[in-house]
Write a protein that binds this ligand. Sequence first.
Ligand SMILES: CC(C)(COP(=O)(O)OP(=O)(O)OC[C@H]1O[C@@H](n2cnc3c(N)ncnc32)[C@H](O)[C@@H]1OP(=O)(O)O)[C@@H](O)C(=O)NCCC(=O)NCCS
Length: 160
Amino acid sequence: MNRPNVSEVDVRDVTFGLRVKIVQPCNLYGCEIGDDCFIGPFTEVQKTARIGARTRVQSHAFVCELVTIGEDCFIGHGAVFINDTFSTGGPARGDKELWRATVVGNRVSIGSNATILPVRICDDVVVGAGAVVTRDITEPGFYVGNPARRLVRKENRQFD
Ligand SMILES: CC(C)(COP(=O)(O)OP(=O)(O)OC[C@H]1O[C@@H](n2cnc3c(N)ncnc32)[C@H](O)[C@@H]1OP(=O)(O)O)[C@@H](O)C(=O)NCCC(=O)NCCS
C-alpha cells in the first residue's frame, strides 16, 4: 500500500512577542507574532508573515507569506489572504517572483470569511464579512462586497 508523506501541524521557527496566546491546533512557521497577540485554532500563518502587537487572528484564518498586519487589528474567522493571483493564468507553482505582498495598517478589522488579495490597507478600516478586497484601501472607512466598495453608513450619509 502506498504511504503518503505526512507533515504534522506545528509551531516552529516563530518569533513571538510577550504574552502571546495561541490555541492549538495551528500551523505557524517562520513568522513574527507581536506582543499580546491571540492566534486561534485551525489557523495558518506562513513564513515571512508579520503580525503586530495586540492583533487577534480568529479561528480558521489563513495568513500567507508576504503579508504584514499592523497593531490592534482583528482578523476574523476564516479570513484568507492571497499572494498568488494566478497572474499567468494559473498557480505560480512555487515561482515566488510572481507572488505579491499585502500590507495591512493599524486598527484594521477584517470580517469573517473576507478575502484579501495583494493590496495595501490603510489604518482604521473595517472590511465587512465576506468582502473580497481587490484594490488598495487608502481612506479609513467600512468596505463591503465583492469587489469591496466603501459603505456609506447611515450616520455618515450626509457627509459621504
Ligand atoms: C460591514 C459591517 C461592519 C457594517 O455594519 P453596519 O454599519 O452596522 O451596516 P448595516 O448593517 O447598517 O448595513 C448597511 C448596508 O450595508 C450592507 N452590508 C452590511 N454588511 C455587509 C457585508 N458584510 N457585505 C455586504 N453588504 C453588507 C447591508 O445590507 C446594508 O445595505 P442596505 O443599506 O442596502 O440595506 C458589518 O455588516 C460586517 O460585515 N461586520 C463584520 C463582522 C464580523 O465579521 N465579525 C467577526 C467576529 S464574529
